[in-house]
Design a protein around this ligand. Structure first.
Ligand code: ADP
Length: 366
């Protein structure tokens, strides 16, 4: 069966057609700068469908939705009620869920005879126990940790097991998804038991433009001392913090270039902060799991940046963790020396394939 995947970002539309049986991407495309190139996501999708008739020759459409809240713990078949609930969850994900819901509306209107499925970034982490997802704040606030990038963590955990010739439920793993957004997860025998992002995708690791973990008192402090509004602080923490704030660039390739070519001290410190945060999460998930079988790097940085991989895990030999320079430079999949207690891997993520596979599974009654 072929499945059309739709991933609507704030100003982009990413799509692909996946042949699930042979795990092959048949078509893939990206429309960027919607708003300049097309009036809205609807017009962009109409144009894409008109230009690529293959896109409609599928058995189902699967949509990426960022926040599934407490309600959505697995993929669901979309109906009016599901779309309404996705819209309600916009309170938790104002940057993402409204545009995800819009993409669903547009695609359902364009392809009304096909089943549409929603896959949620939070779903894989729905297995976290209360001691991992609770914040120590009043219960009536109704806030908790959810975690994101679940589609990627789920895919990569299984792909790593497959590479090792093992079943995912035989292994404990630490997954490091390092892209524009970054998150770590502790995966015990195939189930997520903790992850670094929280109520929203702002928490945890240092990211391209997001701060990651902070002292929450920083917000009232900035209100008092600089007179900044909560909205202004929120905007900075999401869009102008992280590597962007520390190094003046959100792309690690540029951070490395500044270090190498300009001996830029601020860029060097930014890289050190980024890698130290990863190391701290690896340490805490080693404790959460009581030891791990694998540490897996994935996404744009994780798959390509040998220096980040080496720096994040340097000097952890006493914990059974080491990275071999040559294997690391070659890009893996295995980058730890043969016989290491912890197998360190580089595994490319494939969120589209995972979405299509989950949708096909749901529709087949699995
Ligand atoms: P997204 O989180 O948007 O899906 P990706 O997983 O594709 O993004 O990661 C994008 C990021 O990966 C870029 O911002 C860049 O910092 C980083 N990246 C891509 N290629 C490299 C590379 N060769 N070396 C270091 N970083 C890279």
């Amino acid at each position: 069966v072929r499945v059309l995947t739709v991933n609507c970002g704030s100003s982009s539309l990413k799509y692909s057609v996946i042949d699930v049986a042979c795990a092959q991407e048949v078509v893939t495309g990206l429309v960027e700068r919607i708003g300049e190139t097309f009036p809205d996501h609807g017009a962009a999708l109409d144009a894409v469908l008109a230009a690529e008739p293959d896109l409609a020759a599928v058995g189902a459409v699967v949509h990426r939705v960022v926040h599934g809240g407490e309600r959505f713990r697995a993929p669901v078949l979309i109906d009016e009620e599901v779309v309404a609930q996705i819209r309600e969850l916009a309170e938790l994900a104002p940057l993402h869920n409204p545009v995800n819901a819009l993409g669903i509306d547009v695609a359902r209107r364009a392809l009304p005879s096909l089943p549409h499925v929603a896959v949620f970034d939070t779903a894989f982490h729905a297995t976290m126990p209360p001691h991992a997802y609770m914040y120590a704040v009043p219960r009536e606030w109704h806030v908790r940790r959810y975690g994101f990038h679940g589609t990627s963590h789920s895919y990569v955990a299984r792909a790593a097991a497959k590479l090792l010739g093992r079943e995912v439920h035989e292994l404990d793993q630490i997954i490091l998804h390092l892209g524009n957004g970054c998150s770590a997860s502790a995966v015990q025998r195939g189930r997520s038991i903790d992850t670094s992002m929280g109520l929203t995708p702002l928490g945890g690791l240092v990211m391209g433009t997001r701060a990651g973990d902070l002292d929450p008192a920083l917000v009232p402090h900035l209100q008092r001392t600089l007179g900044l509004s909560v909205a202004a602080i929120d905007e900075v923490l999401n869009k102008r913090a992280g590597l962007m704030a520390l190094a003046g660039a959100n792309d690690l390739r540029e951070v490395h270039r500044r270090i190498e070519e300009e001996a830029d001290r601020e860029a060097a410190i930014a890289l050190a902060v980024y890698c130290y945060r990863i190391r701290k999460y690896v340490g805490s998930y080693l404790a959460a799991l009581g030891g791990t079988d694998t540490i897996v790097f994935t996404a744009g940085v994780g798959e390509n940046d040998a220096l980040v991989r080496a720096k994040s895990l340097a000097g952890l030999e006493r914990l059974g963790i080491s990275v071999d320079d040559d294997l690391n430079a070659a890009g893996g999949p295995v980058i730890s020396p043969p016989g290491s207690p912890v197998c360190v891997l580089v595994v490319p993520t494939d969120e589209e394939l995972e979405m299509a596979t989950q949708a096909a599974g749901l529709l087949a009654g699995g």
